[in-house]
Design a protein around this ligand. Structure first.
Ligand code: PLP
Length: 237
């Protein structure tokens, strides 16, 4: 399963080729990257099955719910049966299932946002471009790449040389009225009590996200960028 994290398309074409070679099925989790492309093809169109969460914070949202995309038409009936308590066209087809139908109201919100998805993603990209430009002067930061990215989050990684404490940074930003967030503060291995990889451990501690959503106003974006620059000792001029 490949996850297009933070809105950044993963190198899914290479992974798809690997799966083909080894006769593996590929699942794409495109929940954070609706509208992103890789090599000119939309994410969610590479996998055998692809999932999109439509939770309220997502680039494409209905409030709650999701979309499953697939390239094998026989899956349509199975998924439909499963999502409707085992029923299909009024008959019980399977003893097992769940009640996972999307309401028309949620679907209509989604249809509206689907029409505006590219435009909303472009706003995110503009904000990211501004952040990237302002933070160029801070070599301590690893900034997100703009390539194939629809910026669900703007995730900043801080290089090892800076003594970063998320709690301290959080208080600093909070006092300025800015909420920063660490989305993934645990490694997968911490749940299995195995040894985490050094890179994974590092990324749980040395990364954080600053606000990123299409309705951010110019003065807010500037204030956020100024505060990041203040925190990491750059110059605001
Ligand atoms: C990458 C990813 N996958 C799956 C999910 C789960 O989505 P949902 O809460 O709609 O089931 C999320 C939600 O945050 C997500 O970001």
């Amino acid at each position: 399963m490949v996850i297009h994290l933070h809105g950044q398309a993963a190198d899914v074409e290479r992974i798809a080729r690997f799966c083909q070679k080894h006769d593996l099925r590929l699942i794409e989790d495109a929940s954070q990257a609706a509208g992103a492309s890789f090599l000119g093809k939309k994410v969610g169109s590479f996998g055998n099955i692809s999932a999109f969460s439509l939770y309220a914070t997502k680039n494409l949202a209905t409030g709650e719910g999701g979309i499953i995309a697939f390239n094998n038409p026989s899956l349509r009936q199975r998924l439909s049966i499963y999502s409707n308590n085992g029923f299909y066209q009024g008959e019980v087809k399977e003893p097992l299932g769940d009640s996972l139908r999307m309401s028309d109201i949620h679907a209509s919100i989604g249809s509206y946002y689907l029409k505006h998805l590219d435009e909303l993603n472009d706003k995110r990209k503009d904000i990211a471009q501004y952040y990237n430009k302002r933070f160029e002067q801070l070599p301590i930061l690893i900034l997100p790449s703009s390539e194939n990215n629809v910026f669900h989050h703007y995730n900043i990684v801080i290089k090892r040389d800076f003594p970063f404490s998320f709690q301290k940074a959080y208080s600093f930003f909070y006092k300025k009225g800015i909420r920063i967030k660490q989305y993934y503060p645990y490694t997968l291995s911490s749940f299995f009590k195995s040894n985490p990889s050094k890179t994974a451990s590092f990324l749980t501690k040395n990364a954080f996200c600053i606000p990123m959503y299409p309705s951010l106003q110019e003065d807010e974006i500037k204030k956020i960028a100024d505060t990041v620059i203040d925190y990491f000792g750059g110059s605001k001029s």
